[in-house]
Design a protein around this ligand. Structure first.
Ligand code: CAA
Length: 293
């Protein structure tokens, strides 16, 4: 049963989707990557190429290994191209309607035995599963960003997820060379339940004028040995994603301690979503990032 997963479908070619396709192809899996936008699909493949080339330059990968991995990735022209995958991983925007639309379009095309996974960082696995035609074969496989670098994957069972699906998913993640941490299905699981309130608190610290962007990030980088400051990390994750995770915590746990900081809301309303829009707590449009406050 462990070898039942040979071919992977990834829906979404953004920073998470292309990262997932990257690590799957390097681990020897055949990958079909899909997206609603052909441009995003091409950009996703270019990102994988660029990230693998960097690893070739630093001697971590050979040119031949890179070419073999890239040769395993095909781009989906339509949902029908997902019909022979053994594991379908949804890695679209963190929006429940969009995810449900993807599952209702793709699940009928998949093989009966295919496992369906979501890379959601916070939405209920049980609720997403219930809206599909196979809640028993549905699971949360939550990768961290940047996927090629981060060693952890959270595995989240919905109430109906069966043991075969769970074990096959765990074996799959291990074959990627990653470590699993098993989380119960509660809002934002473990990593984001702990990480996002820390980031939100950093934004309150900025909002209340306790420190500037630079001093808050320096404080946490050098004072707590974090590889990135919390505001730098917020920009890296995407401020829209940060806000939607805080909203899931706030609504799902009904506790005011998870109230999203109004300053985070303001940045999202401005469309300043962090690195992906080249402006967030830092402005990335010049040669070096410049704090925006
Ligand atoms: N994609 C792919 N590879 C990347 C990358 C990216 N975006 N960014 C960096 N890398 C690779 C580099 O190529 C380099 O690889 P090699 O060692 O093979 O050459 C390696 O990562 C280290 O890169 P750098 O030396 O350039 O950078 P660094 O030492 O500053 O590390 C970092 C970069 C790994 C991103 C580090 O800053 C870090 O760990 N930051 C924190 C990341 C984090 O907390 N992620 C979790 C976010 S929360 C989440 O993902 C959950 C959610 O649902 C929101």
């Amino acid at each position: 049963m462990a070898d039942r997963i040979q071919k992977i479908g990834v829906m979404g070619a953004g920073q998470m989707g292309n990262g997932i396709a990257h690590v799957c192809s390097l681990a020897g899996f055949a990958v079909v990557m899909g997206d609603i936008s052909q441009d995003k699909l091409n950009a996703g493949l270019a990102t994988i190429n660029g990230n693998m080339s960097r690893r070739v330059s630093s001697g971590k990968l050979t040119e031949a290994e890179k070419e073999t991995a890239l040769g395993k990735i095909t781009l989906a022209k339509s949902n029908d191209d997902m019909s022979d995958v053994d594991l379908f991983i949804e890695a679209a925007t963190e929006n429940e309607d969009i995810k449900n639309k993807i599952f209702s379009a793709v699940c009928p095309v998949l093989k009966d035995a295919a496992i369906v996974a979501t890379n959601t960082s916070s939405i209920s696995i049980t609720r997403l599963a219930a809206a599909t035609n196979r809640p028993e074969q549905f699971i949360g496989i939550h990768f961290m960003n940047p996927v090629p670098v981060m060693k952890l994957v959270e595995l989240v069972r919905g109430i109906a997820t069966d043991d075969t699906t769970f074990e096959a998913s765990r074996t799959f993640v291990e074959k990627l060379g990653k470590t699993t941490a098993v989380s119960e299905d509660f809002p934002a699981f473990m990593v984001n339940r702990i990480l996002l309130p820390m980031i939100n608190e950093a934004i309150y610290t900025l909002y209340e004028g306790v420190g500037s962007v630079e001093s808050i990030d320096t404080a946490m980088r050098l004072g707590a040995n974090h590889p990135m400051g919390p505001l730098q990390l917020a920009d890296f994750i995407g401020l829209d994603t940060c806000l939607s995770i805080m909203q899931v915590l706030y609504e799902g746990l009904a506790d005011t301690k998870y109230r999203p900081c109004p300053l985070l809301v303001k940045y999202v309303e401005a469309g300043w979503l962090g690195r992906k829009t080249r402006r967030g707590f830092y402005d990335y449009r010049g040669e070096h990032p410049v704090p925006t406050r």
